[in-house]
Design a protein. Structure first.
Length: 119
């Protein structure tokens, strides 16, 4: 199996709410006397990511047949499980307004057969 990292970009998605994070190499804490490069990045908030992944999995679970690419969803299940056990996920679960915003977007741009977002 090839080792790779998938970075997804799309023009049909929203970028808010977002959060700013500083990225530093993991080794930086192991070598305190050395300066490593750092970057500040703006990313989609974890709460929105939670609902994006939950609605994606919702669609997969409501299909009548197993999609041939279903094995590629394991990363979303994993991410969702970790987020649900984190403060980010627990807060997202309470944010019904954010869920409604994600569903609104999905109905317009990613409406899938079998999806019953209103459920």
């Amino acid at each position: 199996m090839a080792q790779s990292v998938l970075v997804e970009f799309g023009g049909r998605n929203v970028v808010e709410p977002s959060a700013t994070h500083q990225i530093v190499p993991d080794i930086a804490v192991e070598v305190p006397g050395m300066t490593f490069p750092a970057a500040t990045v703006t990313v989609l908030s974890g709460a929105r990511t939670f609902w994006e992944k939950a609605t994606l999995i919702h669609v997969a679970c409501n299909r009548n047949v197993l999609d041939s690419g279903a094995h590629r969803l394991s990363r979303h299940w994993y991410d969702l499980a970790l987020l649900a056990d984190h403060d980010i996920g627990r807060a997202a679960i309470q944010d019904h307004g954010l869920l409604a915003d994600v569903v609104k977007l999905k109905k317009v741009f990613f409406d899938a057969a079998g999806a019953n977002y209103d459920a």
